[in-house]
Design a protein around this ligand. Structure first.
Ligand code: THU
Length: 137
């Protein structure tokens, strides 16, 4: 699975976004170390607070299927019907949720197009992250 293929999977997942309130549609594709890809979209709620981001949808799908080791996540986001002008970085909650399973080495691809992406590690996006090691697990 190439970065380009993973970005394409994130764009496909974005098509499923349920975002009637913000109209900001996000797709994520999470590549596990075993080669499996788990995709997710954002899922909003009339109560606003229960909204789930695309990244956590993908992560929770994977963990609930017993997969917990990850290599890379690709994220794409933009307003409905528009092309993205900025890359979409994972929100703070998603950085923390990913850190639990991925630690600092996860590659995070924030893409505007298949050939237009910013790539960082989760450690760069969440320095001094708090994780299981802090609780001596
Ligand atoms: N959102 C994501 O799904 N991922 C991000 O990284 C940023 C924000 C969603 C949450 C909400 O449905 C919408 O984008 C606007 O915040």
């Amino acid at each position: 699975m190439t970065d380009r293929e993973l970005i394409r999977a994130a764009f496909a997942a974005r098509e499923k976004a349920y975002a009637p309130y913000s109209r900001f549609q996000v797709g994520a594709a999470l590549l596990a170390k075993n080669g499996q890809v788990f995709t997710g979209c954002n899922i909003e709620n009339a109560g606003y607070t229960p909204t789930n981001c695309a990244e956590r949808t993908a992560l929770f799908k994977a963990v609930s299927e017993g997969v917990t080791d990850f290599d890379t996540i690709a994220i794409v986001g933009s307003m409905a019907g528009k092309k993205n002008t900025l890359v979409t970085g994972p929100c703070g909650v998603c950085r923390q949720a990913l850190y639990e399973f991925c630690g600092p080495s996860l590659r995070v691809i924030m893409a505007k197009g298949e050939n237009d992406a910013v790539i960082r590690t989760l450690g760069e996006l969440l320095p001094f992250g708090f994780g299981p090691q802090n609780l001596e697990i």
